[in-house]
Design a protein around this ligand. Structure first.
Ligand code: RIB
Length: 292
């Protein structure tokens, strides 16, 4: 049976509720602070699992992050390939404004300490036709792409947080690319509309499933000449953290369960609208039974 592996980040999110995102040189009070489970990778594994998919999460944590592993297991994510090391777990220092917008500072920790031998060992448990989910929050991502490609895995990349290096990766080896409007424009070298950006990416990467998310403006799908659009689902925004992670996890889970593109997009947008209506990251991701 086809398996899903997500080689991705695990973070301890320290979240400050602030009136607005702090400006350079400014000091502001936070009305609250909380410690949440996060990391783009782990959030996406939880979204896949809560959407009903069977997923293994791989990555690296310190002893301070053991609780993340237990939490993932409680969400039915398999943790056999999460390795412990001597240092600290990754951290995200997050400000959430009264409008629900966020700003994030990352500390790599375990996410920056994945080792080639662990990647090789993990991938040896997966085979041709299995799915690999990746973001840009762990070290050695280009290496993981190369090795998974050699094994014939289907590779799905959300290159967030975006860096210039992403352009040097072997993106033609991917099967699915999920970008937001800024990442998409930078990759495409375009300053045009969402549709123009998608057209450029689709002609550059033939045969690739491409999703372009644009926050409140909705999301677009492209593959060769085929296009779809899904509007955003209405929500009262409390905290946008993990909205994109929810969308990606739900979209992929939907497609692997046999949903059509449009149906999977609408379901993903619905799930993301629930995530933004709640505080936190992976805890805010809804279970599929919560979607109407
Ligand atoms: O995508 C949201 C995530 O980004 C947060 O949970 C934080 O850990 C950062 O990695």
């Amino acid at each position: 049976m086809m398996k899903i592996l997500n080689y991705g980040s695990l973070n301890i999110d320290i979240v400050y509720q602030v009136p607005h995102i702090v400006k350079p040189g400014e000091t502001i009070p936070a009305s609250d602070v909380s410690k949440n489970a996060g990391g783009k990778g782990a959030n996406q594994s939880v979204a896949l699992a809560k959407a009903g998919a069977s997923v293994w999460h791989a990555g690296t944590i310190g002893s301070d992050g053991e609780w993340l592993k237990e939490l993932l297991e409680s969400y039915t994510v398999k943790t056999d390939f999460i390795r412990s090391y001597e240092g600290i777990t990754g951290q995200a220092i997050i400000q959430v404004s009264e409008e629900g917008q966020n700003s994030i500072v990352l500390v790599g920790g375990g996410n920056a300490n994945n080792r080639r031998e662990d990647i090789d060992d993990t991938l040896s448990h997966f085979e041709e036709g299995d799915y690999l989910v990746l973001q840009n929050e762990v070290n050695l991502t280009p290496y993981i792409i190369e090795k998974a490609y050699e094994r014939g895995m289907n590779i799905c990349l959300n290159p967030a947080p975006y860096t210039e290096e992403v352009k040097t990766w072997s993106l033609e080896k991917l099967d699915m690319l999920v970008v937001n409007e800024i990442e998409g424009q930078d990759l495409a070298g375009s300053t045009g509309s969402y549709e123009e950006t998608l057209n450029t990416l689709c002609s550059r990467y033939p045969g690739l499933d491409i999703i372009l998310t644009a926050g409140a403006d909705g999301s677009w799908y492209g593959k060769d000449e085929f296009r779809e659009f899904a509007p955003v689902a209405k929500a009262t925004v409390v905290d946008t953290t993990a909205a994109g992670d929810t969308y990606f996890g739900y979209f992929l889970a939907g497609r692997l369960k046999g949903l059509g593109v449009k149906e999977a997009m609408i379901r993903a947008a619905g799930a993301a609208s629930i995530t933004v209506s709640r505080p936190g990251a992976m805890d805010a991701v809804p279970w599929s039974r919560e979607l109407t």
